[in-house]
Design a protein around this ligand. Structure first.
Ligand SMILES: Nc1ncnc2c1ncn2[C@@H]1O[C@H](COP(=O)(O)OP(=O)(O)OP(=O)(O)O)[C@@H](O)[C@H]1O
Ligand SMILES: [Mg+2]
Length: 310
């Protein structure tokens, strides 16, 4: 559904490094794809290229098999919610949706618009001008607008930025429904790792212009990085002593202590050796955990490693 091969994008100045540097991506129909990366990584730029708003400097992109900048036909199959939602401030919520629906040639969109306003919880604001809307209300309306023409593919640029927890949950449930019940393919830029983890079937992490990881979340979480071990001791004093003891052993990479709990990572965090060492020293262990790596761990491994090696 989306294919990018060696996508490279530079803005102006010949001396400046490309913002996107040889991006290769393949997104299949029905996927909910999460696109992550630090501020300025090039996420929004990637969406703009995929929408045909920017041309690649090198490489090719295809959406529905077409070159986006050259095809009007694919536009009606795509829905977009960018950070700046692009709604008309002077029009009401209803009028914004109606305008957009007519732009896409929907003949009698009334029933559809009513349903969508209900879907995003804006029934009672239908006749109010968007100029008076809060960030969250605009985002909800932007989402309704993005799907008013029943797109097969949805691009979302940070859909939950600036939303309160309840609105985030609503957006997430909405997207889940779109993906599961309507089988819409979703490309979502996000900094919200928890949301990404709940929504996305696959993610890519963009950093310094390149894709540093591209896999299912499960596969990335099981990936090669250093395991962690959490050891909870009976009290803070024991924990402090344990930290001291283990630090003295050269192969232990990092030890962090929070209250009575030690978190060990890297070499030297093999559970049997650590436990034996502490028990031998007469320290009382309450609990030993090997927590699964979170998406946040995966993300920071990628982004931090790169920052160090760059
Ligand atoms: N039209 C433009 N002209 C020049 N530089 C640009 C242009 N658009 C984006 N850039 C630069 O490209 C880089 C990537 O920007 P982009 O907006 O794609 O990042 P992002 O990953 O979406 O970041 P954020 O998480 O902050 O939204 C930035 O350094 C930005 O300054
Ligand atoms: Mg952005």
């Amino acid at each position: 559904m989306i294919e990018a091969v060696d996508l490279t994008k530079s803005f102006g100045g010949s001396g400046s490094p490309p913002v996107l540097d040889g991006i290769t991506l393949n997104i299949e129909a029905g996927e909910v794809f999460g696109y992550l990366g630090p501020n300025g990584a090039g996420k929004t730029t990637t969406i703009r290229v995929l929408l045909g708003l920017l041309r690649p400097t090198r490489g090719t992109v295809r959406v529905f098999g077409e070159i986006p900048a050259e095809s009007d036909a694919i536009r009606s199959r795509i829905g977009v919610l960018m950070e700046n939602s692009g709604l008309d401030e002077r029009m009401s919520a209803y009028q914004n949706l109606e305008y957009h629906a007519r732009l896409y040639g929907l003949r009698d969109p009334r029933a559809k618009i009513e349903r969508l306003l209900g879907f995003v919880g804006l029934d009672d604001k239908r006749n109010e001008k968007v100029g008076t809307f809060s960030t969250g209300m605009r985002r909800k309306l932007g989402l309704a607008r993005a799907i008013v023409h029943d797109p097969e593919l949805l691009f979302l640029d940070e859909p939950s930025a600036g939303l309160d927890p309840e609105a985030q949950l609503m957006v997430r449930e909405l997207l889940q429904e779109l993906a599961e019940a309507r089988k819409i393919t979703v490309f979502i830029n996000s900094h919200h790792l928890d949301e990404v983890q709940r929504l996305c079937s696959r993610i890519a992490v963009l950093h310094r212009g390149r894709i540093r990881a591209n896999d299912t979340i499960a596969a990335l979480r099981q990936g090669a990085a250093a395991p962690r071990l959490e050891v909870r001791l009976s009290d803070e004093r024991d924990a402090a002593r344990a930290a001291e003891l283990l630090s003295a052993e050269a192969q232990t990479a990092t030890i962090a202590r929070t209250g009575a709990t030690l978190t060990l990572s890297g070499n030297g965090s093999a559970a049997p050796e650590v436990i034996a060492r502490l028990v031998h020293a007469g320290l009382r262990i309450e609990e030993v955990l090997r927590p699964a790596k979170s998406l946040e761990d995966v993300y920071f491994e990628i982004v931090r490693d790169e920052a160090v090696s760059a």
